[in-house]
Write a protein of this length. Sequence first.
Length: 180
Amino acid sequence: MKRIAGFSLLILALIACDKTASDNFVDEDKNTEQIVTGRNLNISFTTQAPNGEYAPNHILAVWIEKEDGTFVRSLKVRASERKKYLYTWKASSSSNENDAVTGATISSHKTHDIDWNFLDSDQKAVTNGNYKLKLELTDANAQGPVSTYSFAFTDSVISTQYDDKSSFKDVSITYTQTVQ
């Protein structure tokens, strides 16, 4: 039993020490090394009615793709019976909802605030690179508006406001880091 407990502590110590170079940086003002302990991308947007047969009720999908279109993770899927009409999301994600915020049809248009911790649908950290935020909604038994917003994930903190598109307005992303 002691051997197993000692081995477990060794594994935990090795995991705790496993930091990649991109997780560390030097704070030039203090000339000290800083360790990034958390990353977050806040996504905010407001939906507007495309005026389908069920308006203002609508269904919504929010997901992340790599620049080449490879699915990364669903962040929010609010649909139940009519999920089949989120055609673009279904084609990209194969209906993958792992760790997404899910729920029934939304009854009114509003502002959505979503946080993403830079983990993919398998809970693995994504690498720096170019990504796309995808938004899709419909208030009819048909394809609705889909909008794409590109962003670069680097070690730099960013805040971006995008132009209004179709049924999505006030779209912004803000990337923050927590450091020690």
